[in-house]
Ligand binder design. Structure first.
Ligand SMILES: Cc1ncc(COP(=O)(O)O)c(C=O)c1O
Length: 406
């Protein structure tokens, strides 16, 4: 590692675009720029490219291509799934007004259900979380009732990487023979765990391109055939009338290519990332005193490492690591611009305030190496040592809070 190199460990926030994805996208910016709704040759080329990408995306999750609707990303997919389904329920099943979500969902679910509660008068219930970061199935079973029209629980949590017992939840709904629809935010699961929407009997699944080495601003919602969802964007009727607006052709092509790549490398790549994850977790536990891993080590995706360090402020740590070229995150990237907002995920696990404030997330990617991890862990160790020494000397002068970077 030299002084100018950067170690990017924020792959749960976004990933570098794969060179093969860029190569696939380029012709649709330079040559085949036609509008896919146009009937001439350029338009038809763009339209054919979208169909190919739809099949590539469908393949990665074992869906039918006509069950894939392209959107602008995970946030829009979550909005379309929840608002689109809720609008349909209001019109056709007004007796079902209960929606269940977990306490550890992404903001794009939390803010959407808040809208549904305030403006469409739905009754929102939150499923409790266990201290190791999973949905409490007893809490779910107690909350689920015939009035529940929709359950939305993420497949993988973005902050602590825990893989949620979505399959068990779907089985409970089926066993009770309720007409409840199950949506899952699969943004952090795509490319990390095998997803088979058919086998799982998922009704809707949100996915996003930029978490799997594809371009930003593009994603998709899987809607199982037979499930009625109303659009939330109106216009020219693109995306089978589900999402109007001229398609983002080159990004759709890039997303398709990224899905094809990850379909082929999921198993092998994730074995390598898992080795790096184990190595990192073991070194931190063994070499940094008073460090605590957040979330279970079992049923955790291979790229997530989330630790709390006693006496340390996570934001100060992030800034200092950045000075050394190491890029990490505290909580989720999307909420990190809301200054001083405490992680609702770690709070839901019951962590005390100081452990929440002292947490950072390292999220590994396909491109990371052992050399990079060694560099990052060594710097992390030294910085934490320095902070603790400073904290110690400050507290001996009457202060117990780290407020400045040494
Ligand atoms: C779990 C989860 N859901 C949704 C999103 C939003 O996805 P996008 O950035 O594509 O809007 C994210 C992004 O961080 C996420 O981690």
């Amino acid at each position: 590692m030299n002084e100018t190199s950067r170690v990017y460990l924020d792959n749960a926030a976004s990933t570098p675009v794969d060179p093969a994805v860029i190569e696939a996208m380029m012709p649709f910016m330079v040559d085949h720029f036609g509008n896919p709704s146009s009937l001439h040759g350029s338009g038809r080329k763009a339209s054919v490219a979208i169909s190919k990408a739809r099949s590539q995306v469908a393949k990665l999750i074992n869906a039918n291509p006509n069950e894939i609707y392209f959107t602008s990303g995970g946030t829009e997919s979550n909005n379309l799934a929840l608002v689109g389904y809720a609008k349909m329920v209001k019109r056709h099943r007004p007796d079902c007004n209960k929606i269940l979500i977990s306490e550890i969902e992404h903001e794009s679910i939390l803010e959407t259900v808040s809208f549904l509660e305030k403006d469409l008068k739905f009754n929102i219930n939150f499923i409790r979380t266990t201290s190791d970061g999973f949905i409490d199935l007893n809490s779910f079973g107690n909350l689920l009732s015939p009035e529940t029209c929709l359950v939305s629980v993420m497949l993988v949590n973005n902050e602590i990487g825990t893989i949620q017992p979505v399959q068990s939840m779907i089985n409970i709904i089926k066993k009770r023979q309720y007409k409840t629809i199950f949506h899952s935010d699969g943004v952090q699961a795509l490319g990390k765990i095998p997803i088979d929407v058919r086998q799982m009997k998922l009704d809707m699944l949100s996915i996003s391109s930029h978490k799997i080495n594809g371009p930003k601003g593009i994603g998709a919602l899987y809607i199982r055939k037979g499930i009625s969802v109303e659009p939330i964007l109106y216009g020219g009727g693109q995306e089978m009338s589900m999402r109007s607006g001229t398609e983002n052709v080159y990004s759709i092509v890039g997303f398709g290519k990224a899905c094809e790549i990850w379909k082929n490398r999921l198993q092998e790549a994730n074995l390598n990332i898992k080795k790096l994850q184990d190595y990192t977790i073991n070194r931190i536990i063994n070499e940094i005193p008073e460090s605590k891993i957040n979330g279970s080590l079992q049923n955790r995706v291979v790229n997530n490492v989330n630790f709390s360090f006693k006496g340390i402020n996570g934001e100060d740590l992030l800034v200092k690591l950045d000075e050394f070229g190491i890029e990490v995150s505290t909580g989720s990237a999307c909420s990190s611009n809301k200054k001083k907002k405490e992680s609702h995920v770690l709070r839901s696990l019951g962590l005390p305030h100081d452990e929440i404030a002292g947490s950072i997330r390292l999220s590994l990617g396909y491109q990371n190496t052992k050399t990079e991890m060694d560099f990052a862990i060594n710097v992390l160790k030294n910085v934490i040592n320095e902070f603790r020494n400073l904290n110690w000397s400050e507290s001996s002068q009457g202060s117990d809070i780290v407020t400045s970077v040494p």
